[in-house]
Ligand binder design. Structure first.
Ligand code: DER
Length: 228
């Protein structure tokens, strides 16, 4: 349906940011997958020569399939450009991410990037963050106390179950658990981000604040480039 067309459109426009010689961070999720496929086409056709690192095992597998040369994390490695999706983005380009469970590697790669470009369909644009549940990556041992702490913050925590079976908890690529916090509205994102990081066992949260340089958003058949 037209959201998939919007994802494809945003991904195609994002390809213009890529130059040969770049080190590129590859995001995770369905929109990032569109970008990875298009980038693979350009690499295989000899239009672009780049090296990449993926933000999830799923994106890594896709990148291999489409022929994108991959580099492993190493000291001093920085990315000229990282292209990633988001679950929500507000007018200041504050992001809520992690719907795909890859938020930890996404934030690690984003932090090592000189330029983070978000690609999104129109359904991701929000006035205030928080309608989409905020994901946390949590060390299993800490789970009960993390659930208590998030509930005290008004975040109505839900342990994410495996998408297909629903019988056992989902796990991140690191083997940690994922907790989705239903705040409904995040009124002070910086304060919430800071507080969540103080909870022992919370490895990372899905608020990406002040990290994105631009966002390519497809609205129907047109595309806008948003900057903070
Ligand atoms: O997990 C993430 O942050 C991903 O970017 C993802 O949630 C974006 O989702 P989509 O591109 O599949 O809509």
């Amino acid at each position: 349906e037209n959201l998939n067309q919007e994802k494809q459109l945003a991904a195609a426009v994002a390809l213009r940011w890529v130059r040969s010689g770049m080190r590129v961070g590859l995001g995770s999720g369905s929109t990032a997958a569109c970008f990875i496929r298009l980038l693979g086409d350009a690499v295989r056709e000899g239009q672009l020569q780049i090296e990449a690192t993926a933000t999830s095992l799923a994106s890594e597998q896709l990148a291999r399939e489409v022929g994108i040369p991959l580099v492993e994390p190493r000291r001093g490695l920085r990315f000229d450009l990282t292209v990633d999706g988001a679950d929500e983005l507000d007018g200041d380009l504050q992001l809520l991410k992690g719907g795909g469970g890859a938020l930890l590697r996404e934030k690690i790669v984003a932090a090592a990037s000189d330029y983070l470009l978000i690609i999104a369909d129109s359904s991701k644009e929000v006035i205030k963050l928080g309608q989409f549940p905020l994901p946390l990556e949590v060390v299993p041992f800490a789970l009960p106390w993390v659930l208590d702490a998030v509930a005290e913050l008004g975040g109505e925590p839900v342990l994410r179950m495996h998408p297909h079976t629903g019988a056992e908890p989902a796990h991140s690529d690191q083997g940690n658990l994922l907790v989705d916090c239903h705040f409904q509205v995040v009124s002070d994102a910086p304060a919430l981000a800071a507080h969540l990081k103080t909870i022992p066992g919370v490895v990372e949260h899905g608020l990406f604040l002040g990290m994105a340089q631009a966002a390519v958003v497809a609205r129907g058949t047109s595309v806008v480039v948003l900057r903070p």
